[in-house]
Design a protein around this ligand. Structure first.
Ligand SMILES: [Zn+2]
Length: 91
């Protein structure tokens, strides 16, 4: 079995930018654009809501998954932060 989706690297790189994570807001319509592989306990998704983007992370606990979301940014900026996350330079 091989993984198709990217993985977020283990550990923090030096100079890693710390993102702020919040409890998910209301149930506004959200489109998931890309996601990381779910073979790891923590799955990250780049989401779009309206013209804005944000990152959602889900810790796959057996009983209750723990979901957190970042601030919302203009979509282009959200994509940049997503790319940073995938290289281990933001978490
Ligand atoms: Zn994987």
């Amino acid at each position: 079995m091989s993984c198709v989706s990217p993985h977020v690297p283990d550990g923090r790189q030096s100079g890693c930018k710390k993102l702020a994570w919040f409890k998910p807001s209301d149930g506004a319509r959200v489109r998931v654009l890309v996601w990381t592989c779910d073979c790891l306990a923590m799955v990250y998704e780049l989401c779009q809501a309206g013209g804005q983007g944000f990152i959602r992370r889900t810790l796959q606990n057996e009983d209750a998954p723990e979901i957190r979301e970042t601030h919302r940014w203009p979509l282009g900026q959200a994509r940049e932060i997503w790319a940073t996350l995938l290289t281990g330079m933001a978490r």
